[in-house]
Design a protein around this ligand. Structure first.
Ligand SMILES: [Fe+2]
Length: 278
């Protein structure tokens, strides 16, 4: 529902790693995306040309008449960072479920065992969540968690600090302790392409300080984590994200999820959501 509202946001439809022509689908519309290494074009089935923007190593497009501004990530242009587009992963779930899963910390020890979490270190310590009204974004801060292998660059287990930011209904940015540079945050984002209300393509992207790992190693590390998430995501019932708080009882660790759902509802970003108990 509410496809009209979703039309005015920008979405990733390809990465810019290699020149390509790609047939894909966005918000139930077939698209052809061409990227020649310098410019991109996005064309609909009837020949309609849609706008194409290059941002964060992806081609973004907007199908609607009144595009909302696309958010920024200032670390994307910071000298010395490695930018790592990790490729698209197709998932049979609501695009909103993919974002919500990215925000969920409590699943780390169970789904990403030995990497992002480990039993018995399953406790999620209290943290702060709010909607920052001045920018209309959801932020979770002061998140900390024990991680056996927090990043490719981490030598061993560490207590990791996180901040989460949701600047767009289908994108989330994670700021995370950077093992080789304690004064900086590593940035890991997920940009979600809504194919339909129940299928999406997740495009993980990172901007890191890491002088030792190869690009392929960094991509592989992120993909391994995301494939673990995919099997969880594809088994969630119902496929849509429930926005009615009576439908799924949130726990203490799911504060970010509660704020995200409330923010979506308030914003009218209901594509991929369920608003009534069915
Ligand atoms: Fe996960």
């Amino acid at each position: 529902m509410s496809r009209e509202h979703a039309l005015d946001d920008w979405y990733p439809v390809a990465d810019t790693v290699l020149p390509q022509i790609r047939a894909t689908r966005l918000l139930d519309t077939d698209l052809s995306v061409a990227w020649d290494g310098e410019t991109a074009s996005v064309t609909g089935p009837d020949g309609t040309a849609y706008p194409a923007e290059i941002r964060f190593d992806h081609v973004w497009t907007c199908l609607g008449p009144a595009p909302r501004p696309l958010f920024g990530i200032e670390e994307a242009d910071q000298p010395g960072r490695r930018r790592v587009p990790c490729g698209g992963v197709r998932v049979r779930c609501s695009p909103l479920r993919a974002v919500e899963n990215f925000l969920d910390i409590a699943h780390f020890p169970y789904v990403h065992t030995g990497i992002l979490g480990a039993e018995p270190h399953t406790e999620v310590f209290p943290y702060e969540v709010k909607i920052r009204e001045e920018v209309d974004e959801v932020w979770a801060t002061k998140v900390s968690f024990y991680q056996p292998q927090a990043a490719k660059s981490a030598g061993g287990a560490t207590d990791i600090r996180y901040e989460y930011r949701v600047p767009h209904p289908m994108a989330a940015v994670l700021y995370k302790t950077c093992p080789p540079r304690p004064s900086e945050w590593d940035v890991i984002a997920i940009f979600v392409q809504p194919v339909s209300e129940t299928v999406c393509i997740a495009w993980p992207w990172m901007a890191l300080f890491d002088d030792t790992s190869s690009q392929a190693e960094l991509v592989q590390f992120q993909q391994e984590i995301f494939l673990q998430d995919r099997s969880i995501l594809e088994n969630q019932i119902p496929a849509g994200l429930p926005l009615d708080p009576r439908m799924e009882i949130p726990t203490r660790a799911d504060l970010t999820s509660v704020a995200y759902r409330r923010w979506l509802k308030r914003r009218g970003a209901l594509y991929g959501a369920l608003t009534e108990a069915e």
